[in-house]
Design a protein around this ligand. Sequence first.
Ligand SMILES: [Zn+2]
Length: 93
Amino acid sequence: MAIVCPRCDGNGLIEKIRIKSFGITLYVCDECEATWFHPSTISFYTFIPIESFLEARGIEWSDKELEKIGYYEGEKYETDNKLDMLQFGSIKN
Ligand SMILES: [Zn+2]
């Protein structure tokens, strides 16, 4: 079953979106666009805004660059994420 976004609580569902040029998968709320790098980090306090993530890398929110994989279902462990929270923190700062 799909995961409800903890940020907008009940309004959005977590969607898996692949950024083709980076080869990573993000977990993005389809309503408020709160974003997580890994399903194990999905919580109210840990989201980042997708716009800042994309802007910092010069990526446009377009169908060419972003591939919607579908809703994130349950707690399946994902291994294709090359970027984790720590790395993003250091890039951002
Ligand atoms: Zn949301």
